[in-house]
Design a protein around this ligand. Structure first.
Ligand code: TYR
Length: 276
């Protein structure tokens, strides 16, 4: 195993940004992606040293391997990597953690530690990646009892070196938190846009507020379909709670209960004003 070699599987917005940030810290980056043009661009830019063509041939030489693909594709890749990489740390960046962490426990992959940067944009692909994406961002890691303390420390140190604020959290709790602050909002945001039904007049006049609440609906459909399936149970519960909330608002509106309607907006304003 070589201390400064990092493997990135999936050189999109997140994988590409990690590659750029690690390269800046002096690491040597090796990368795999089905889109070979992304890797070629990264090699031309001097970000990636070598393109990996077949993950089945992976050498056990990387200090860290990052799986940066849509969540439903992460597990087969973890299966492949873990059969080859026995010394270095394997991690991922997926938005859900229960799925992959349970797999790692069932298959006794002790060198896998789940991870998830709370960073990103609605843009898709390597061309939008940038080295400062993680600077100042929260980064969840979800270690399990089978991980070695020193591996957890090594991963934390690496992530802190690119500016991340690392938080250790249980994988089930992680999926609950992200369902509330990220997964349900993505479903709602897409729903609001779908309400327009491509109507030209609505699209023409949709302004600041609409754009604020729907920016994230421009994100990758593949990524969000995978996340929805992989956090299905949490998301189903939250969708019920959200429908209940809208139903209550509807009742208040029907009866023109001014206080209840006012309180709905006031409560939201008070909470939103505390989020910086
Ligand atoms: N939704 C975020 C944005 O566009 C990016 C993001 C996506 C962050 C998925 C985390 C995540 O798991 O601002």
């Amino acid at each position: 195993m070589v201390r400064n070699k990092i493997l990135i599987v999936g050189l999109g917005l997140i994988g590409g940004s990690l590659a750029k940030a690690f390269k800046k810290c002096g690491y040597e980056i090796h990368a795999y992606d089905i889109d070979k043009s992304a890797i070629e661009k990264a090699i031309c830019e001097g970000v990636v040293k070598e393109r990996i063509d077949d993950l089945n041939e992976t050498e056990d030489e990387y200090a860290f391997s990052f799986i940066c693909v849509p969540v439903l594709e992460s597990i087969p890749i973890l299966g492949k990597l873990s059969s080859k990489i026995k010394n270095g740390i394997i991690t991922d960046v997926g938005s859900t953690k229960t799925h992959i962490c349970k797999y790692s426990i069932e298959h006794k992959i002790a060198n896998f530690i789940g991870g998830h940067p709370m960073a990103g944009t609605e843009k898709i692909g390597y061309k939008y990646s940038f080295d400062e994406l993680f600077n100042g961002a929260y980064y969840f890691i979800t270690p399990t009892e089978m991980n070695r303390k020193e591996d957890i420390e090594k991963l934390k140190n690496l992530l802190q070196s690119i500016g991340c604020k690392v938080e250790e959290v249980d994988y089930v709790l992680h999926d609950k938190i992200t369902a509330v602050i990220s997964h349900l909002p993505h479903v709602v945001s897409a729903g609001l846009v779908n309400m327009l039904n491509s109507n030209e007049i609505y699209c023409k006049f949709a302004g600041g507020g609409f754009k604020d609440i729907t920016r994230i609906s421009s994100s990758s459909p593949k990524m969000w379909a995978d996340i929805s399936i992989s956090n299905k149970n949490m998301l189903l519960e939250l969708i019920d709670a959200y429908i209940e909330l809208l139903k209550n608002f509807k009742t208040s509106l029907k009866s023109e209960n001014y206080n209840e309607i006012f309180n709905y907006f006031e409560k939201a304003k008070i909470i939103r004003d505390t989020i910086v």
